[in-house]
Ligand binder design. Structure first.
Ligand code: GLN
Length: 494
């Protein structure tokens, strides 16, 4: 045990147990009156991380640095010069660059790589005095739905350690679930924030595509990649969104729309018009208890005077194939630069330039990433470009238009986040298609670039969390967060 770890252990010895982390939003006054508690909070997080190493949520922690930042934050609070996130402890997925810190996308191929700059979202957190506690485990390059595809080994769900936390941002979800940090930044290309949030019983927000700059996020599928937020507390989630969102000169695709003060709008006063897609509830792979909890919430909404209506959405069966054709195509292009020439891992046994490429990529990338690169090269190849790639792009447009039409008439679309609750580690490991179906409900908002949130919505008979997903129109995060907060407090009969 290092000196630092020992100090933290002595500090918490009397408690002899893991300690519950209070939401950041509830600590703001206390922090103003007693600034040094920011140091205690960091110690508490480090203690919780250290005592739950079996969960494998972090790939690197920045213990001493986080404590040093907490000391600076204390000083700034005393002087009343602190930023709006002073004292908030944040973890970041291992796909987000943090200047002078390693980042690996949980892959062997980026071994030894150190970021020369911080992702815009990370920099904005730091500028507001958040305390970055470490990089979190994930599926390699964000490809996976269970966090089993990591060079650092699988992450375990804190509710049942024989089960997956979901993926790809599994480490980030578990870190929030198990009180290792207040908030975590993940990335959501096809569900990687919402699905693990559902499996872990917390809140996971994927904002509108382009709401948050992607600068400094290691790319998977650039026309889908979105930075997302995990929290237990909706106000913490809203506060972080208003800090990280908005225009950025480093990302030409990011929206210049003004960023609302989301945390001021967490109530929902009006009567909502809500659609649900018949096909989502009719899907035979949907676990009965999830169907039951989803309909119970809809019934409670009706009881409370909201309008809930069924809509036909026959395109649902095309969503997942469209997503996997387009994302593998984009991934194969994005990952082409990882070849052992410029940075990261280089195969030690290569003798020719061709061997340098092939051996580095075969040894450096895991199996799932290789599968995606091959699939992507296939759909982009001259023989399949028209009937796979171009066709998928056209279907993406149809799906977007149809959802847009629904959302011009309705305020929200409600659907389950996942077809099942958290499955056992190894359960889908040898069946990539079964694993891909775990994303059937989350890829919908991703294909259309719409904002979506997963909120806790009861548990199944094994006490495993169930997630409910709410989709809103583009840039309607204010309503989305307000309505999510409203539903979480709505009494339900089940
Ligand atoms: N599970 C999906 C995939 O593997 C989503 C991943 C993500 O959102 N990064 O592509």
């Amino acid at each position: 045990m290092t000196g630092l770890k020992q100090i933290i252990h002595i500090y918490y010895k009397e408690m002899g147990k893991l300690t519950e982390l209070k939401p950041f939003s509830s600590l703001i006054d206390t922090l103003q009156n007693e600034p040094s508690i920011s140091i205690d909070i960091v110690k508490q997080c480090l203690y919780n991380i250290d005592n739950q190493q079996n969960l494998n949520a972090f790939v690197r922690t920045y213990d001493e640095e986080a404590l040093a930042t907490a000391a600076q934050v204390t000083h700034k609070l005393h002087q009343q010069k602190a930023g709006k996130l002073a004292g908030m402890v944040v973890g970041i997925k291992d796909l987000l660059c943090y200047q002078d810190h390693p980042v690996q996308a949980s892959s062997k191929i980026l071994e030894g790589f150190v970021s020369q700059f911080s992702a815009t979202c990370v920099q904005r957190l730091v500028d507001e005095d958040a305390i970055i506690i470490g990089h979190q485990n994930c599926d390699e390059f964000g490809m996976g739905s269970s966090n089993e595809n990591s060079a650092f080994g699988p992450v375990r769900n804190a509710i049942d350690t024989t089960r997956v936390p979901g993926g790809s941002s599994g480490g980030s979800a578990v870190a929030v679930q198990a009180d290792m940090c207040h908030v975590a930044l993940g990335t959501d290309t096809g569900g990687s924030v919402r699905q693990p949030a559902a499996f872990c019983g917390i809140i996971g927000l994927k904002p509108t595509y382009s709401r948050i700059s992607r600068h400094g996020m290691i790319a998977y599928a650039s026309s889908f990649d979105t930075i997302g937020i995990f929290a237990k507390d909706i106000r913490d989630c809203a506060t972080v969104l208003e800090v990280v969102a908005g225009a950025d000169t480093f990302d030409s695709t990011v929206s210049k729309q003004p960023v609302p003060h989301y945390s001021d709008y967490l109530t929902f006063g009006k009567k909502a018009k809500i659609a649900y897609l018949k096909e989502t509830l009719a899907y035979t792979g949907l676990q009965d208890e999830i169907r039951l909890h989803t309909t119970a919430t809809m019934d409670a909404l009706k009881q409370a005077g909201h309008q809930v209506e069924a809509i036909d959405f026959p395109l649902l069966e095309y969503v997942l194939p469209t997503y996997y054709v387009l994302t593998t195509a984009e991934a194969s292009a994005n990952l082409a630069r990882l070849d052992g020439v410029r940075y990261g891992y280089r195969s030690p046994s290569a003798h020719t330039i061709e061997e340098l490429y092939t051996k580095t990529r075969s040894e450096g990338f895991g199996q799932e990433v290789q599968r995606r690169i091959l699939l992507g090269a296939f759909v982009l190849g001259a023989n399949h470009y028209e009937d796979c790639y171009i066709k998928a792009k056209k279907i993406r447009r149809l799906i977007k238009d149809k959802l847009q039409a629904i959302l011009s008439d309705y305020d929200f679309i409600l659907l389950p986040t996942t077809p099942s609750t958290a499955f056992k580690i190894g359960f889908n490991a040898h069946d990539p298609l079964a694993m891909y179906w775990a994303d059937v409900y989350t890829t919908l908002a991703s294909v259309a670039g719409l904002p979506a949130i997963s909120i806790p919505n009861g548990t199944d008979h094994q006490n495993l969390p169930i997630g409910l997903q709410i989709i809103a129109n583009s840039f309607e995060e204010t309503h989305l967060l307000g309505f999510a907060n409203y539903i979480m407090q709505l009494p339900k009969k089940i």
